[in-house]
Design a protein around this ligand. Structure first.
Ligand code: HEC
Length: 264
């Protein structure tokens, strides 16, 4: 990408150009204030300043870390730590202060409630912690989350095969059509016949976490290079008048209801 190289050589990445003028003004103010503050530290020492410094990571290496970490902290914290453990080494703070193991509760779609798959939740936390929330000009964090959920829903999982698998059995692949843990695990259990406590189901979820970590890093690397383009097409609030996943018919087999509409 010639354009990007040109911009990089002038020391201005497209991402920096896309940061709102407010953030730019704030960083100019910070340079005048002292010039020594790290990019993710606001004047009061908090980390509520974005983007956090990011260095491109190797997707395959990240996926291997996520796979191993699953057996220690389960899906959500495994995805978070696969990225942040490397950034702790490459960048240091603020990643060293980020408590990745606090997110063990994401397991089983949050403490076993089968809501959003912990791997997806972990990916969302990583993207929005690095890029920032959309209220602070970090719209790509929001968009990457949307892309990740759609990609996960459409993928034949698990995609990633670790170098040293803990389970030798060939694992069947299933497409969840949903970012939910319950639906994703349920479809896989139905297709494979393995129960929730089986080594195969566990390894399947470890590989799903690794697959998610792999794709997350691909998107973050694109973002870092100024090449990230949002691909998500999910807009149920606009299209249907309700928050939803796109597999309407699986739950509303008897007919998808029409929501009460706002009064004109
Ligand atoms: C994971 C299951 C699930 C999925 C997927 C799902 N729904 Fe629902 N939806 C429900 C449940 C459960 C309710 C609660 C009301 C009920 O039992 O009908 C509901 C309620 C609704 C309602 C409000 C109730 C009404 O009658 O007005 C609307 C509208 C609706 N869904 C539309 C959709 C649309 C459109 C999609 C796809 C874009 C969708 N749903 C996907 C499970 C689901």
């Amino acid at each position: 990408m010639k354009n990007d190289e040109n911009m990089e050589s002038k020391g201005v990445s497209r991402r920096q150009m896309m940061i709102g003028t407010g953030a730019l003004a704030a960083s100019v103010a910070m340079v005048q204030f002292g010039g020594l503050l790290k990019s993710a530290e606001a004047k009061d020492g908090s980390t509520e300043k974005w983007p956090w410094p990011y260095e491109k990571l190797d997707p395959a290496k990240t996926a291997e870390i996520a796979y191993e970490e699953w057996y220690r902290v389960f899906c959500g914290a495994a995805v978070i730590n696969s990225v942040f453990s490397q950034l702790r080494e490459k960048v240091g703070e603020p990643y060293k202060s980020f408590p990745t193991d606090a997110f063990v509760f994401l397991e089983g779609g949050m403490v076993g409630w089968g809501t959003v798959c912990g791997s997806n939740a972990g990916a969302a936390i990583v993207a929005n912690t690095i890029i920032g929330p959309r209220i602070a000009g970090g719209k790509e964090g929001h968009l990457i989350t949307d892309d990740m959920f759609q990609w996960y829903s459409e993928a034949s999982m698990p995609i990633f095969a670790p170098k040293k698998p803990k389970v030798a059995t060939t694992l069947v692949k299933t497409t969840s059509e949903s970012p939910l843990c319950h639906v994703s695990v349920g479809k896989w259990m139905k297709a494979s016949g393995y129960h929730i406590g089986s080594p195969e189901r566990k390894d399947r979820c470890a590989r799903v976490a690794a697959s998610v970590a792999y794709h997350l890093v691909e998107l973050l690397n694109d973002w870092k290079d100024g090449k990230y383009v949002a691909t998500g097409t999910h807009s149920p609030v606009k299209d249907f008048g309700i928050t939803a996943q796109m597999n309407c018919m699986e739950c509303h087999a008897g007919g998808v209801p029409t929501p009460p509409m706002a009064k004109k």
